[in-house]
Write a protein that binds this ligand. Sequence first.
Ligand code: HPA
Length: 291
Amino acid sequence: MLPESAPGYSYDECRATANWLLSKTEMTPLVAIVCGSGLGGLAEMLKDPVIFSYKDIPNFPQSTVHGHAGRLVFGTLQGKQCVCMKGRFHLYEGYPIQKITLPMRVFKLMGVKTVILTNAAGGLNQDYKVGDVMIIKDHINMPGFAGINPLAGPNEERFGVRFPCMSDAYDRELVRLAHDVGAELGFSDFLREGVYVVLGGPSFETIAECQMLHRLGADAVGMSTAHEVIVARHCGMRCFALSLISNQAVMDYDSREKANHEEVLETGKLRAVQMEKLVTTMVARMEHKSN
Ligand code: HPA
């Protein structure tokens, strides 16, 4: 028996959402920014904003998490047209994985070339401190090992190939740009580069899980971003992502620490301004070849 249709949205549904947005704004952004938990401040920095509530956008899921507003904001950042997701969708909210990644395909159809994603993550690397900002150089897609991949199901060739390459998921030029900009801004002390592992959540990890993830080569653990990157890469957009280390993952049985969402949001507030500065300066310096 053949699968009848993809469990997410069809090409035409993605197109309809993109056309609806294009018809309501004069803008054709080249850069999309996805704001993570407590990191929505970037969306406030857009000049001349045109704001849509997710609930008003055809086909868009709703954001259900505290700390994740549900708004899509179009505007200019450093003179460049951008679209910003204030609030994203997660597996643990109960959405099928194809739905939480819908915005990536909508952005592609609107003409976006580069996606910048931020998230809050637990630090597995023992050198990391709360408040560090990790440039994601690669990811480990744990749900993918169990067949939970946003590209599972019939492939839509108009977006990309059946078996997309992921060894270049995180754009190396943008990683270099982030280091350069970070150094100029005096952020080198808290700027790191590492591997992000995504889990389904919503429960935080056990101690044994954290130990295992670290041994597998992950520096930070979270519940987002990798799925969006897979879909964005499939349709040929460049990706760059940052994790704010909002808590130390608990790695030993003598620790009294407990991961909690309030800590995640508090750390976001402390480091948000610097992360925003890093991203806005990068956007100002980014080059987009027309093709
Ligand atoms: N684990 C998973 N996701 C997270 C964490 C964590 O410790 N912190 C912020 N998001």
